[in-house]
Design a protein around this ligand. Structure first.
Ligand code: KIV
Length: 270
């Protein structure tokens, strides 16, 4: 039985209203039509076709080798299965190194990949890209804090916003991003106290991963929820297969815990 058949599809307006009303936004990644159907049916508000597919689908060590063609392909097949969830697709490494190239690749993700919003991990010198895309009415989610595409440049995976100085830099960056026309911000591995400040100051929805409980929504990589990711899991990961006996129940349990503010618990936060 499809639980989402009678529900209106999620829109950006609905996501903004959820922020205003304090209703938590539950987000999960997906990379293929079968899992997308399960996640959509479970009631995820947002499905992200993340460039994490480089690691969990392609078996690479980082997200850096992922190409725009990979993102278009996975975005299109995920989109084909969604009836309810809002679809965001990642712009991979080097697909937005000038505003013109960003516009060309974002258009491909929307026209050929059926994305409803694109996400990009730009640094502070690439804020002009947000402005360019926004001027063409491309919905944008800016990914800040830990940016995995820059892992070699920033010296590894670490927690951001721990000192007052780092917190104020992150806040300045978020304010600029909002002013330039982004529609959403995703913050990764940010101290809970800094994330809370950002969430209070910024009007567009803020989705966190490893950013504590005081943000508008949470996202996890699907395969982390299902406990099948190889290697050491980051602190924020929770394996929902431990207490559930089907994939469907595990995903529903994650969504319920996000909505009820049970996830993330203190042990998942920095
Ligand atoms: O690529 C991805 O899956 C992501 C999430 C970790 C947020 O960016």
């Amino acid at each position: 039985m499809n639980d989402t058949l009678n529900k209106k599809p999620i829109t950006l307006t609905k996501l903004n209203n959820m922020k205003t009303q304090g209703e938590k936004i539950a987000c999960i990644t997906a990379y293929d039509a079968s899992f997308a159907r399960v996640v959509d049916n479970a009631g995820a508000d947002i499905v992200l076709v993340g460039d994490s597919l480089g690691m969990v689908i392609q078996g690479k060590k980082t997200t850096i080798p992922v190409k725009i063609e990979d993102m278009i392909y996975h975005s299109r097949i995920v989109a084909s299965a969604l009836q309810y969830s809002f679809l965001i697709t990642d712009m991979p490494f080097m697909s937005f190194y000038t505003p013109e190239i960003a516009l060309e690749n974002a258009s491909k993700l929307m026209q050929d990949g059926d994305a409803q919003m694109i996400k990009l991990e730009g640094n502070k010198s690439q804020l002009n890209i947000i402005e360019k895309l926004s001027q063409s009415d491309i919905p944008i989610c800016a990914h800040i804090g830990l940016r995995p595409q820059s892992v070699h440049k920033i010296g590894g995976y670490k927690v951001h916003g721990k000192s007052d100085e780092e917190a104020s830099l992150l806040l300045k960056e978020a304010i600029m991003i909002e002013e330039l026309g982004a529609d959403m911000i995703l913050i990764e591995c940010v101290s809970s106290s800094t994330a809370k400040i950002l969430n209070q100051e910024i009007k567009i929805p803020i989705i966190g991963i490893g950013a504590g409980p005081d943000v508008d929504g949470q996202i996890l990589v699907l395969y982390d929820i299902l406990g099948i990711t190889s290697g050491v899991s980051p602190k924020f990961v929770k394996n929902y297969m431990k207490d559930n006996n089907s994939i469907d129940q595990a995903i529903k349990s994650y969504i319920k815990e996000v909505k009820n503010k049970e996830y993330p618990a203190p042990e998942h936060c920095f």
